[in-house]
Design a protein around this ligand. Structure first.
Ligand code: TZP
Ligand code: MG
Length: 197
């Protein structure tokens, strides 16, 4: 099953701590260079394989392919979803950032296999973000794309993960200080929701 918890990180220590506690996806998010992103992705790969975690790369389609990762997450400044799908082929995981039902439907039509939706709540982790869409915005996107996993991002905590109406969540800062403890807490919060498998 597609993981409900996505660990977004630029740290091998975070990968090491966060995997092995339940089903997760690790998203390698390095904004500086392909070189560094490739190095971290190749280092994370055996850890993810051993733990059964999915390995995704933020932004960088070439890095994901070269490193043998499972997929990519693209946003507004990256390859368009349809182009990324053409490069990756039909079976790779391909995530797309969106914030409303129209963008969500377009991304799915273009070949996205899951959606990163937000910011759900205010966050200082990323600059230049638009206003948070809140739980209602997350629920609206979830309703718009039945069958496509919606992963909420932005200000995610275990308390918020337990109540959002979406398939799963992605966390950066919540997981950074104590990756193992946070992964356990977030996984428990997600599985506490009604209907969660
Ligand atoms: N995209 C939308 S919000 C965000 C990204 C990369 C940052 C989320 O970070 P945090 O620390 O989990 O709020
Ligand atoms: Mg991006």
């Amino acid at each position: 099953m597609f993981p409900r918890l996505h660990i977004v990180t630029d740290s091998l220590d975070v990968v090491r701590g966060a995997v092995g506690h339940g089903p997760v996806a690790v998203q390698i998010r390095i904004k500086t260079s392909d070189r560094l992103a490739y190095a971290l992705t190749t280092a994370a790969l055996p850890l993810c394989r051993a733990a059964g975690a999915l390995l995704l790369v933020d932004d960088r389609v070439g890095v994901a392919l070269a490193a043998g990762a499972d997929g990519v997450h693209v946003g507004a400044d990256d390859l368009p979803v349809a182009a990324a799908r053409r490069v990756l082929g039909p079976s790779a995981v391909l995530g797309a950032t969106c914030r409303n039902p129209e963008q969500a439907r377009a991304a799915v039509a273009d070949g996205a296999s899951y959606l990163g939706v937000g910011p759900a709540f205010a966050t200082s982790t990323k600059d230049g973000l638009p206003a948070p869409i809140g739980p209602a915005g997350i629920a609206a996107v979830t309703a718009a794309v039945p069958g496509t996993p919606v992963i909420a991002i932005g200000g995610i905590t275990p308390e918020r993960a337990a109540t959002l109406d979406c398939y799963g969540v992605a966390a950066v800062s919540a997981i950074a200080a104590d990756p193992a403890g946070a992964a356990v807490e977030l996984l428990a919060a997600l599985s506490s929701r009604p209907g969660a498998a």
